[in-house]
Write a protein that binds this ligand. Structure first.
Ligand code: AMP
Ligand code: GLY
Length: 426
């Protein structure tokens, strides 16, 4: 089989490595891929949002199956275009990808179908939003409606901060059209859990849970990033919580999308907060999370391509989706200054890594045959082990074997999960 994967980050590297385990796979094309992915796939210099380029590549190079991984091409309708060409795809069509692409859509969906989430108001008029904030409780959360590279969410500690966020989105158009509408919502507290799921619109199968670390610095200090590390499973996500989420959130969301005529097929990501009042949805993503994928897929024992094909053909109920009874930890190595400004072009050296460790490259390119950094998040080092402590220790021991100038990473990935599991929250 000839497989095409759209995207070029650490998540795509993890997907590609897993797809390669299927012996029917002859070739994987990555559009655009990156310097690290080039070791596992044929990289094609077509950007992930260049839908015309993607379609013409698929026309010239017969593809049997396509995986569209990032949010932008999904929201733009990449899957719709490929399906019209007769190509089987893993990923939602545009009408279903809206569950991530519009927070107003997803909040209204949850309200209409009684899916637990934070209380909220939607505003299209800035003055109304500002006057609402005069009496809103703080902290409060201001969200731009559309995709904003994960930066469209502001947790405001004061009303002034909230108003500044509203102005930056609606007046200064910091996120362009994404800020034409905004959501102002209740600030929730509790441990966060990410649950990715496979769904074909008829069946929904949650994957092993995980925990992201979004802030740049140790102790959850510093700015929000695309994610500095992950662990799986997430100890807060007990069997009891999982059951409640399945009944009150996962199945109702799948059904709600069907009811709306927007059947979702692909990976549906639930960003959850476990509040005193039970689990609530913080966000939906219409795709695999990054860097959640880098800890979830290494634990998948079943064949990924077989599952993805089953999703595309709406026979997920028949597929085996089995995860190892193990733990994984991914530590992201970034370039100094990320997420604000950082230098690129540093040569990287990767020593011999342990057998239970994998490197997923996010931001590197090949220059004269050698890997050099080309992004803020450069790579993720994932270790799989029998205990969370070992997974963490092994990931960090192998991070030590990788070097590039100005490399930085968090030193406390997994520590909160470790404390939670020691305290026997299970
Ligand atoms: P998002 O981009 O929607 O994932 O939001 C980024 C982060 O903001 C989440 O991972 C949460 O940590 C935080 N967040 C979003 N919404 C809320 C909320 N209603 N209450 C508390 N924290 C929130
Ligand atoms: N790690 C969160 C995301 O992929 O959006």
């Amino acid at each position: 089989m000839k497989v095409m994967v759209v995207g070029g980050g650490g998540r795509e590297h993890a997907i590609i490595k897993k797809l390669k385990e299927n012996e029917n796979v002859e070739v994987i094309y990555a559009l655009p891929g990156n310097g690290g992915i080039a070791a596992d796939a044929e990289c094609v210099p077509v950007g992930a949002t260049d839908l015309e380029g993607i379609a013409s590549f698929a026309k010239e190079n017969p593809i049997d199956f396509a995986v569209v991984a990032p949010d932008d091409p999904l929201a733009m309708g990449c899957v719709d275009i490929l399906q019209e060409m007769g190509i089987r795809c893993f990923g939602p069509v545009k009408d279903a990808a809206i569950i991530e692409a519009s927070k107003v859509f997803s909040k209204n969906l949850m309200k209409k179908y009684g899916i637990p989430t934070a209380q909220y108001e939607v505003f299209t008029d800035m003055e109304k939003a500002l006057s609402y904030l005069d009496s809103a409780p703080v902290p409060t959360v201001v969200k731009a409606d559309g995709l904003a590279l994960g930066k469209g969410v502001i947790i405001a500690q004061t009303r002034e901060e909230a108003k500044a966020a509203v102005r930056s989105m609606m007046e200064e158009k910091k996120f362009g059209k994404s800020g034409d509408q905004i959501v102002i919502e209740e600030f929730l507290t509790g441990p966060e859990v990410s649950v990715l799921s496979f769904t074909d619109g008829k069946t929904i199968v949650p994957m092993v849970s995980s925990q992201d670390h979004k802030r740049a610095l140790d102790g959850d200090q510093g700015l929000n990033t695309g994610g500095m590390g992950t662990v799986a499973p997430n100890p807060y996500y007990t069997d009891e919580v999982a059951k409640e989420c399945m009944e009150k959130i996962f199945v109702p969301t799948m059904n709600a999308m069907n009811e709306e005529g927007r059947a979702f097929k692909g990976c549906l990501y639930f960003g959850l907060m476990l509040t005193q009042d039970g689990p609530k949805v913080i966000e939906y993503n219409c795709r695999f999370g990054d860097p959640e994928t880098q800890v979830v897929l290494p634990l998948l024992e079943s064949d990924l391509l077989t599952i993805m094909e089953a999703v595309a053909d709406e026979r997920l109920a028949e597929a085996e989706v089995k995860f190892a009874d193990k733990y994984s930890c991914c530590v992201v190595m970034a370039s100094g200054g990320y997420p604000v400004s950082y230098e690129k072009g540093f040569p990287m050296s990767i020593g011999e890594l342990d057998e239970n460790v994998d490197v997923f490259v996010a931001g590197a390119k090949l220059q004269d045959g050698a890997l050099v950094t080309s992004g803020g998040r450069v790579l993720g080092v994932t270790a799989v082990a029998d205990s969370l402590q070992e997974a963490i220790d092994d990931a960090y021991a192998n991070v030590e074997k990788i070097s590039f100038e100005k490399a930085f990473y968090r030193h406390d990935i997994g520590q909160r999960a470790l404390k939670a599991s020691e305290a026997d929250i299970k």
